[in-house]
Structure formats: structure tokens, C-alpha cells
Design a binder for this molecule. Structure first.
Ligand SMILES: [Zn+2]
Length: 109
């Protein structure tokens, strides 16, 4: 796995993904190697390292990102009755590109 899977593989188009929702600035798609029965990832198309490196100039992008997360989470909750929205930081964050997991069900592994 590369340091930045999202820029290197997903946004470059190298790894094809099944899109759930897309805006000018944000992409949500089904995880390519899901670790929950329902596992969607939402990412900004612009490179941002993590939640805690967001800057004030990213406010508009963050609002767009949250809008997408909200819609996807509403859809997952409607279909499954429960949903969790997660972003990892520090040693918990494998790929150093801000990404949000929108998941439902018991972990697969
Ligand atoms: Zn990136």
C-alpha cells in the first residue's frame, strides 16, 4: 500500500472505483477492500493530509465534503438502520490523505 492511496490510485484513475456520489470537489465510492459489510469512503479531490491539517481556506471544501458524508450516511442509515462515520489520525491513519469511512455492520476482519 502506498503512502497516499487516494491520490496515487483512486484520483489518478489507476484503481477503478464504484462511485456512490461525486461533486466538483468530493468523491464517495465503495471501498475497494471493504472491512465492513457496508463500507463507503469519502475523500476531497484536492490533497489534504488529514482532518487536523485542514486550513481556513479549506472551509468551502469541508462544507462540500460534509454535505456528501451527510447524504451517504443518511442513505446507509436508511438502508441498514445504523451507520458509523470515522476518520483516522496519527498511527491509526494508514493513507495520509484525508478520508472518511461511512460504514455499517460488524467488522469483517
Ligand atoms: Zn493525496
Amino acid at each position: 500500500m502506498t503512502e497516499d492511496f487516494y491520490c496515487d490510485e483512486v484520483l489518478s484513475g489507476k484503481t477503478p472505483v464504484n462511485k456512490v456520489l461525486e461533486t466538483e470537489n468530493v468523491l464517495a465510492y465503495y471501498h475497494t477492500r471493504p472491512f465492513y459489510p457496508v463500507h463507503i469512503v469519502a475523500i476531497p479531490k484536492k490533497h489534504i493530509s488529514s482532518l487536523i491539517t485542514l486550513e481556513e481556506s479549506d472551509d468551502g471544501l469541508m462544507l462540500d465534503l460534509m454535505g456528501v458524508i451527510k447524504k451517504v450516511a443518511a442513505m446507509v442509515t436508511e438502508e441498514n438502520g445504523a451507520c458509523r462515520v470515522i476518520t483516522n489520525l496519527g498511527n491509526y491513519q494508514e493513507s495520509k490523505h484525508l478520508h472518511w469511512h461511512i460504514v455499517s455492520g460488524k467488522p469483517l476482519r
